[in-house]
Design a binder for this molecule. Structure first.
Ligand code: DGJ
Length: 744
């Protein structure tokens, strides 16, 4: 058991080989936060770690203890208004208008395993022996509301899952105005805050800044986790690098509005909290009702950012993602979107698919345009095949694709509706909008009210009818606009604060229904590229379209940023045409593939437009990916050289047995006669010798401690300095090289 409770001191100690998380029960019955970090030996009393020096001008909640104030006490799930003035984790609004509560410890349970969170994505265990769970109960006597704090610590992974459940056991209805999933107080603020920010086509760029007194936060109010801010934050020590030092990760397993916040108080205590964004959130708790908040995964490591990322990769890949595709190398796919847009005939599509079959593609994906009377202004909501485009319906095309020896996949955007659609004409009330007010459009579409189960059922029924009998292996689930005017005609006035959350629960429920009906489906989630790229989505869809930006140089940055929190196999990465459709940039076909191999690999183009020579190259790429995809997608990933800070970037994957590795080196901008490019590799076995690209053999120690020395034109100008048998590995802008290392 990796959770100890000391009855005499009421200390809870959660630990595994690497980490300790320690709390106790405070004099007022709340739960304290004593320590979270590198493992400590257990003892029955850790009270001395809680600095309780009385501070001037503070107030105290217990008359008999004037030295005890919540203002200077570290807590694990704090409230507001009873001597703590910092950001609270929860707020319960009562009938008399007050938010003041007094939750006190009433008991706890410790058990092996991890509970399910009904209706919500969450990390799981396959055997109860993998993790232990602590549930701490607290009760507010006056209202009868009970709060249960849930903590699961994994034995082998440096991870703790946290969430909270509220149950109203009183007689009066209350409202939860805030229910963050977790809060933790650290005794210092010697941290750098690392967030992953961007916008459409430039998602998840790391941004780092020191924490200072006051609030640092990222959030989304778009109804989805968003391309703008990701629900994943790292707190790292200033000296922490990729290879060494302490870092804490916080991953929200949720896809809707969120808030992640660090508040440094005047005594240098850092309070970090994460959960559903309290803005526009309010949940009615009638007598007997309960509310389960989504889960946050806390990860910790003292081996640098690469180590923290690797913990997250394993955790998300093996204990959040589910289903038959979880551990399987992903099929090489070909998608028609950048080739045809919405305008195509079945023959156009088949022509592209035939070329795909010729180069060895395994899965053909039909993107937007196949249904209803689809134009950029119409059709969404009508999930029946447009027989002008697909005369034999979805099944007709699927059969033809299957006959080419490929699996068939299809695009949907089930959460949306165009005003010009049969669905909207029949059910305008199915769209989210405020009564008697204007409706804002995004991409000419409205958002369906997925908080209403009837709407979810209607879309499900339509999809199942269209897909009936067709052999569909893959679905790309898109979502192309943020929610505005979030009002549901299905819910009464006093429950409108629930709509954003109920909406995302509706999205999850449609995923569950489709997965129950088609358990072997591979889902790829998508939201104008990476606008809903989060751990919640991974529970249903083990891969996500990382970005609409398919330019190879930009993708190096986007995939590099994504790798901090998400595993390689979780992002779709495709080779597309040049000039690139988003940037107009021309990059070598080889580089486009060298970037996309590190991902769920595919092509997004009309392969018929390529020359015979290029087609031969593509055949080679597909064969290469098939031969090495386990290594790319499930190997241990290391960031080696940062594309946000350098003209050259590099990353690598290493096999579990450390006998094979592939290093990707990318030249973003060439330069001439510069210093040497030294690439200190990671994760190799120092005792082994590795042959690089079938040529020279170097020691693993040498490759890691000195580094690989690429032959490039920035240290050697191109003119004749290389001997004929030693060509430069990289030359001009956007060139790249994959180094294949095999232990001898
Ligand atoms: C946005 C997606 O990110 C694209 O890949 C494509 O599926 C379009 N939507 C289709 O409308």
């Amino acid at each position: 058991m990796s959770i100890i409770f000391h009855e005499s001191t009421k200390v809870f100690h959660l630990y595994n080989k690497h980490v300790s998380y320690i709390m106790d029960v405070l004099p007022n019955g709340q739960i304290s936060q004593i320590y979270y970090g590198r493992k400590l030996r257990d003892r029955s009393d850790f009270a001395h770690l809680q600095d309780s020096t009385c501070r001037p001008c503070s107030s105290w909640p217990l008359p008999e203890l004037p030295n005890f104030s919540l203002e200077f006490t570290r807590q694990d799930y704090p409230g507001f208004g009873t001597t703590d003035f910092r950001q609270p984790a929860y707020e319960v609004l009562q009938a008399n208008g007050s938010h003041i509560t007094d939750f006190r410890y009433t008991g706890h349970r410790i058990y092996a395993g991890k509970p399910e969170l009904p209706g919500l994505p969450h990390a799981y265990v396959e055997q109860d022996s993998e993790a232990d769970t602590l549930e701490i109960d607290l009760k507010d006597q006056l209202t009868g509301v009970e709060m249960t704090l849930l903590y699961t610590i994994y034995n082998r992974l440096n991870a703790i899952a946290r969430s909270v459940r509220f149950v109203n056991r009183g007689a009066e209805t209350v409202k939860l105005d805030r229910a963050m999933s977790m809060s933790v107080d650290f005794p210092d603020h010697n941290f750098e805050w690392m967030q992953f920010s961007g916008a459409w086509a430039r998602e998840r760029a790391p941004k780092v800044r020191p924490l200072e007194m006051g609030v640092t936060a990222v959030e989304s109010m778009r109804g989805c986790s968003s391309a703008h801010q990701n629900p994943f934050v790292i707190l790292k020590r200033p000296e922490t690098t990729e290879g060494s030092g302490e870092a804490y990760g916080f991953t929200f397993v949720y896809s809707g509005n969120f808030l992640a916040m660090a508040e440094v108080d005047t005594y240098d205590v850092t309070r970090f909290s994460m959960g559903i964004n309290p803005r526009e959130f309010s949940w009615k708790l009638s007598p007997g009702a309960e509310f389960q908040a989504p889960e946050v995964l806390l990860t910790y490591g003292n081996t640098g950012l690469n180590g923290l990322s690797q913990t997250l990769h394993t955790l998300l890949r093996t204990r959040v993602a589910r289903g038959p595709w979880r551990d399987k190398a992903r099929p090489v796919l070909l998608n028609n979107w950048e080739a045809t847009g919405m305008e195509f005939t079945e023959e156009d599509v088949l022509k592209i698919a035939r070329k795909g079959a010729e180069v060895g593609v395994e899965l053909f994906v039909l993107d937007d345009g196949w249904f209803g009377k689809r134009t950029e202004f119409s059709g969404l909501g009508d999930w029946y095949a447009d027989t002008a485009k697909l005369p034999g319906g979805v099944k007709g095309l699927a059969d033809k694709i299957n006959a080419l020896g490929m699996k068939f996949g299809i695009w949907i955007e089930p959460e949306m509706v165009n005003e010009d659609s049969d669905l909207y004409r029949a059910h305008p009330e199915y769209a989210l909008c405020t009564p008697d007010r204007r409706k804002s459009l995004g991409r000419n579409q409205l958002v369906l009210d997925f908080s209403n189960p009837e709407v979810v059922d209607c879309i499900y029924d339509q999809l199942v009818k269209s897909f009936d009998g067709a052999d569909i292996s893959y679905i790309k689930w898109d979502m192309n606009r943020s929610i505005t005017e979030c009002y549901s005609s299905h819910w009464p006035a006093d429950q409108q604060g629930e709509v954003y959350h109920r909406y995302i629960l509706g999205v999850y429920s449609l995923y569950e229904k489709l997965l129950a009906k088609y358990p072997d489906l591979l889902f790829e989630s998508c939201a104008s590229g990476g606008s809903r790229f989060d751990a919640g989505m991974l529970y249903y869809a083990p891969q996500a379209w990382c970005s609409d930006d398919t330019d190879a140089a930009e993708r190096v940055r986007i995939q590099y940023g994504s790798s901090y929190g998400y595993p390689v196999c979780s992002w779709g990465a495709h080779v597309s045409v040049c000039p690139n459709q988003q940037l107009g940039r021309v990059t070598p076909l080889e580089t486009r593939a060298n970037v996309a191999y590190f991902g769920a690999f595919g092509y997004e183009m009309d392969l018929n437009a390529l020359s015979d020579k290029e087609i031969e190259q593509v055949k080679g790429q597909v064969a290469f990916m098939k031969a090495h995809r386990e290594l790319f997608q499930f190997g241990t990933f290391y960031r080696i050289r940062d594309p946000f800070a350098n003209d050259k970037a590099a990353w690598m994957v290493v096999s579990q047995d450390q006998r094979e590795a592939i290093v990707g080196l990318y030249q973003l901008m060439n330069n001439v006669n510069n210093g040497y490019t030294q690439l200190p590799l990671q994760g190799l076995d120092p005792k082994l010798d590795y042959q690089v690209d079938g040529n020279e053999v170097y020691g693993g120690d040498e490759l890691m401690h000195y580094g690989l020395m690429p032959q490039d034109t920035s240290s050697h100008p191109m003119m004749g300095l290389f001997s004929p048998d030693r060509k430069p590995d990289i030359t001009g802008d956007y060139d790249s090289h994959l180094y294949h290392l095999i232990a001898k």
